[in-house]
Design a protein around this ligand. Structure first.
Ligand code: HSE
Length: 431
């Protein structure tokens, strides 16, 4: 048997896929032939040898070619990726994709089309690079009621934060290094602003909770506001900064699941399982009943690991071809039309907070700040004066777990105090 595959995109991951298939690590893969590779430019130098007759700029031709058995979409971006995926499905071809942006926004449309056409759409490479987290949530962990999924699921930002914490690099230096390693997306704002992580947690939440997640409603904050001062103070208290993607059941839910889904930087105690994930590594921490806690970790970005996840999906397709069994819909198990999750507004979420205030170094300032917090029901764990800069004292506050809206209202009042110059930092502390 020859299994003819059409590849859309020959960038970092596409190149990695070709490399693996040139030296197939599993006998089933010996049947695979890369029949066509869709690219933007035929003249660009390539890192892997591809017969020139396989290269084409006619991507529509690949997805509608009756000679092609399966399509691997590795172009990224929303369009034309979404339309090409749908067209491939329409032509009865299974699709493997690493495109978290498309799946997070158009997953429902794509999987309904796939169910109708009775073809598989596989997406292991869309989240967590080489970590088999999609398969795990889709199958192995399904016997448990999942309570929470927390992830470090953006390698670029984890690399940047690790460089800043361990090497004392500036944000700009660390970002340049991440780009030089090929981790960052072409436009690094998707990584740095947390949008990439939000796409990925939308997908993980769909799997874990069996719902459709409105991607645009996920609150999302990036890492640009983390300063070396905050990193230093956090370390003194035994915390480290991580960009966390969170999806968890909210308390007091009624009929349909209410989920607390968000992406933001947070201080984690250095003893937390996610605190010791460094560099480009990713990790996903799953808590469920009766499962307990599971952490999956490994390389979360880059050519080899992501290509490995793509080729793993190809092996699943080939194995199912042999048995003739239909693959389940990866996002909602077998539900044809999943409920849409209602998301807890961020203002209602409960967290501990780290706050850094710049204020005049005078008697009564700490008391005034404490009183504002108290007025809004915000209980404090500690309030400490740190360094003084040009007559302004740095005051760092750690709160107990409070409603976010209450903390923000207290801060709005603190900002109005005549002795307060600025509130440069506000971060959540998770544990
Ligand atoms: N740019 C992504 C990251 C890799 O840094 O994790 C692809 O998802």
């Amino acid at each position: 048997m020859v299994y003819r595959v059409g590849l859309l995109g020959l960038g970092t991951v596409g190149t990695g896929v070709v490399e693996i298939l040139q030296r197939p690590p599993h006998p089933l893969l010996q049947a695979v032939e890369i029949a066509a590779v869709g690219v933007r430019s035929l003249d660009k130098p390539r890192l892997v040898p591809i017969p020139p007759e396989c290269l084409t700029t006619n991507l529509e031709g690949i997805v509608s070619d009756p000679e092609i058995d399966a399509v691997i979409e590795l172009m990224g971006g929303l369009e034309p990726a979404r339309s090409l995926i749908l067209k491939a499905i329409d032509h009865g071809k299974p699709v493997i994709t690493a495109n978290k942006a498309v799946i997070a926004r158009y997953g429902e449309e794509i999987f309904q089309a796939a169910a109708q056409a009775r073809v598989a759409v596989l997406l292991e490479a869309a989240v967590g690079g080489g970590i088999p987290v999609i398969q795990a949530l889709q199958q192995s962990l399904r016997a448990s009621r999942i309570q929470a999924v927390w992830g470090i699921i953006n390698g670029t930002t984890n690399f940047i934060l690790s460089q800043m914490a361990q090497e004392g690099s500036s944000f700009a230096e660390a970002l340049a290094q991440a780009q030089a390693h090929g981790y960052a997306e072409a436009d690094p704002s998707a990584d740095v602003e947390g949008w990439d992580a939000a796409d990925k947690i939308a997908i993980l939440a769909s799997l874990a909770f069996g719902v459709s997640v409105p991607r645009q409603a996920i609150p999302c904050e990036g890492i640009g506001s983390i300063s070396s001062t905050d990193i230093r103070y956090a370390r003194e208290w035994g915390y480290t900064f991580k960009l966390l993607a969170i999806a968890q059941r909210a308390e007091g839910q009624g009929g349909e699941p209410t989920l607390d889904i968000r992406v933001h930087p947070a201080l984690l105690p250095v003893t937390h399982p996610l605190a010791n994930i460094h560099g480009v590594d990713n990790a996903v921490w799953v808590q469920g009943d009766p499962l307990g806690q599971v952490v999956l970790s490994g390389p979360g970005a880059g050519r080899g690991p992501t290509a490995s996840a793509v080729v793993g999906d190809l092996l699943i397709l080939l194995a199912h071809l042999q048995t003739g069994a239909q693959l389940p819909n990866p996002l909602w198990g077998f539900a044809a039309s999943p409920p849409v999750a209602s998301l807890l507004p961020l203002a209602e979420a409960q967290s501990e907070f780290y706050v850094r205030v710049l204020a005049q170094d005078r008697p009564g300032v700490m008391g005034a700040i404490g009183t504002c917090f108290g007025r809004h029901g915000v209980s404090l764990e500690s309030i400490t004066q740190k360094e003084c800069h040009q007559e302004l004292a740095e005051i760092v506050i750690l709160t107990h777990s409070v409603r976010e809206a209450d903390c923000r209202q207290a801060l709005a009042e603190i900002q109005q105090l005549p002795q307060v110059a600025e509130i440069p930092s506000l971060f959540r502390v998770l544990r």
